[in-house]
Design a protein around this ligand. Structure first.
Ligand code: SF4
Ligand code: FE
Length: 484
């Protein structure tokens, strides 16, 4: 069982993943400076579970084995579990200031448990039993699982079966007594390189013409036929420069990768949906609701770090007493806590499914995510306002270390004299990282598109808002209802 950061890194040393980056296949990824911060961030999900101050939040009693497990592998058994998940995500955001990558797997488990249970009840299949057996192993070994949903999709006007290339949505290309073979790709895969397992799910609702696309299954992350291509991030090569300051967040960072499945074989015991197209849509919706709510935990956690950095830079630059700065800091807090409040509300309003696993409140989950598509951008705008122009004009740390210009930079770029210039340098780089650098991928653009772009939430809201009931309230108050 993986318990410590060392165990986690060792487990990766035993894997043989094919990863491409900058036009080359990596020989080893564990010690690669582009990958290490991501592994460090995931490792915090293990380290905090061992910390007596946080162990209660980071662990749960397994509903499958009764044993203590890492909460990232848990099936939520109560609204308290849903709430604790959000609190755990906020804590990890505060400790890493980046994406710690393990939530997509957790949200996938919780969606798959509910939907496979429903399938079994209605179809007489045994997918749920199979899935739970697999999950018990994940819990027992404390594995990191990448939930893989988003297909490349090609021409958005066309359904999977109408595409010029049928592989633009992942599909079953062969089936025999031993299992199935899948082909296709999954995009934007958060934490793919850090994962031990990939849990494949369909990306959209499907029709009976698209049965081959209705597939959910688990594959070892280094299975034969799997290729990863590492996604670029803004300022990513600063990680290769050897310094510790200009990267902004030296220890931690998230990543995404494109995963290509070139005819990957999956034995039946790892297949949890195979052509039951009528359940694809509800699986996607439940997963999305869980993951949209997750952002009400992790983003406020990262927001706490950004607000803290802005408060500190204001003090160092001597602007902290200005009333408009204080008011802007309050505005950042208001926006940040609103995101958290939404994540908590969606959790408190959760409800039990037939399988016993709790579902999040769909309407409030989508409200959470729609706010997440906006508020971090506003928080980042205020952060840049308070930080000032040096945020984007500051010389490199190598210049600060140069024997001739270094002392001049320290002299002229100082803020308030109680603080060494390096404090200003480090805090501005952190704010830069989170608002326009590598960290902004997780904090901003991922907030926009992760778990579905804003229009996906608006469609759900239009469906779930129950406008007829609202209208009936109004008609009654206005003296217009038939029963009045
Ligand atoms: Fe978790 Fe947030 Fe990263 Fe998604 S973006 S995996 S919710 S930390
Ligand atoms: Fe995400």
């Amino acid at each position: 069982m993986i318990k410590t950061k060392a165990d986690f890194l060792d487990s990766h040393r035993r894997m043989h993943k094919r990863i491409f980056m900058f036009g080359e296949e990596l020989e080893s990824y564990i010690d690669h400076p582009m990958v290490q911060p991501s592994l460090n961030a995931v490792a915090m999900t293990y380290e905090l579970a061992l910390d007596p101050a946080h162990a209660e939040l980071l662990t749960a009693e397994s509903s499958l084995s009764g044993k203590p497990i890492n909460r990232f592998t848990h099936l939520h058994q109560s609204t308290r579990d849903l709430v604790d998940k959000i609190k755990m995500q906020r804590l990890l955001g505060q400790c890493t200031a980046c994406c710690f990558q393990r939530c997509v797997g957790m949200d996938s488990f919780n969606a798959l448990d509910v939907i496979t249970f429903q399938m079994d009840q209605e179809l007489g299949s045994s997918y749920n039993q199979r899935f739970r057996k697999y999950l018990a192993q994940v819990q027992g070994e404390n594995l990191v699982v990448d939930g893989a949903m988003t297909d490349p999709k090609g021409n958005r006007k066309l359904s999977p079966s109408q595409q010029a290339d049928p592989d633009l949505h992942l599909r079953i290309v062969n089936e025999d007594e031993q299992g199935i073979t899948i082909r296709g790709a999954k995009m934007h895969q958060t934490g793919a390189i850090s994962a031990h397992e990939i849990l494949v799910m369909p990306t959209r609702s499907l029709s009976d013409k698209e049965k081959d696309y209705a597939v959910a299954c688990a594959v070892p992350a280094d299975a034969d036929g799997i290729i990863y291509v590492y996604g670029r991030q803004a300022s990513d090569t600063r990680k290769l420069e050897g310094g510790k300051i200009d990267v902004g967040n030296y220890h931690f960072g998230g990543h995404e990768a494109l995963i290509i499945f070139q005819d990957v074989f999956v034995p039946w015991e790892r297949v949890f949906m195979s052509r039951e197209y009528q359940y694809a849509g509800s699986l996607v919706e439940l997963f999305a609701a869980h993951h949209r709510t997750s952002y009400g935990g992790c983003k406020p956690g990262v927001g706490d770090v950004l607000i803290g950095a802005v408060q500190a830079i204001a003090r160092i630059q001597g602007t902290d007493h200005a009333s408009h700065i204080q008011d802007k800091l309050v505005e950042m807090v208001h926006l940040n806590e609103t995101l958290y409040a939404c994540g908590l509300a969606a959790s408190y309003e959760g409800n039990p499914s037939e399988s016993g696993t709790y579902r999040i409140d769909y309407l409030l989950a989508n409200i959470t995510k729609l706010n997440v598509t906006r508020f971090p951008y506003e928080i980042a705008r205020i952060a840049q306002d308070i930080a000032g122009g040096l945020l984007v004009t500051m010389p490199s740390e190598k210049d600060f270390n140069h024997p001739e210009v270094g002392p001049l930079l320290k002299k002229y770029l100082v803020g308030s004299h109680e603080y060494p210039t390096e404090w200003r340098q480090r805090l501005l780089r952190l704010i830069e990282n989170l608002t326009i650098g590598a960290g902004s991928i997780g904090y901003l653009v991922e907030s926009m598109h992760g778990a579905g772009s804003p229009m996906a939430q608006r469609i759900m809201l239009a469906r779930l808002a129950n406008m007829e009931t609202k209208e009936s309230y109004a008609l009654k108050i206005a003296g217009l209802s038939e029963t009045n």
